[in-house]
Design a protein around this ligand. Structure first.
Ligand code: HEC
Length: 151
């Protein structure tokens, strides 16, 4: 039984080895890595935040499901955010610096896409082209804060 089980595992490994290696890490992996590098210092490694200081990123999936929310997400990451927001029943009035200068467009898309799936949302993922279009809409962190869809 044990032998047969390990045989199955070896078989699966052989099948996997026969497949061509993907040219690049999957978008999800790149996004997770970039999130750890760019966002986790404030929002935590699992995006759970720090109550009252850094919000959890638990509403990214909700935002990704609406037009206004998608523009908001693109702008928070690129332009930054200030003003009072409420996430998970807690208020935040902080300042998030925009990451446009510190990140590449593809990196911002990968991070947001990783967060959407991390939220177990089936909302469409961002393409770099969509992100470019939406990042141009809201110009300042305060404007981004006012544009946050509350529900
Ligand atoms: C220097 C700390 C810091 C870093 C780094 C940071 N954030 Fe933030 N983030 C904040 C703060 C503070 C807020 C809340 C701002 C406020 O209260 O207006 C916030 C808010 C947000 C929100 C709004 C959540 C909501 O439900 O409206 C999103 C989305 C977000 N951050 C995503 C990211 C992503 C993605 C990254 C990495 C690319 C990132 N943040 C990096 C500090 C940070």
């Amino acid at each position: 039984m044990v032998l047969r089980f390990s045989g199955l595992i070896v078989g699966a490994a052989l099948v996997a080895a026969a497949l061509p290696a993907p040219a690049q890490p999957s978008a999800a992996d790149a996004g997770a890595q970039a999130f750890l590098k760019r966002c986790a210092s404030c929002h935590g490694r699992t995006a759970a935040g720090n109550p009252g200081v850094y919000p959890p990123l638990s509403e990214v999936g909700r935002h990704a499901g609406s037009e206004a929310g998608r523009t908001y997400l693109a702008a928070v990451t690129a332009t930054g955010l200030s003003g009072r927001i409420e996430v998970g029943g807690k208020a935040y009035q902080g300042y998030m610096p925009g990451l446009r200068a510190a990140t590449r467009l593809e990196e911002r898309a990968a991070i947001l896409n990783w967060l959407i799936r991390h939220n177990r949302s089936k909302a469409p993922l961002f393409t770099p082209a969509e992100l470019t279009r939406r990042e141009a809409v809201l110009r300042t962190p305060a404007e981004v804060g006012r544009a946050r869809p509350a529900k």
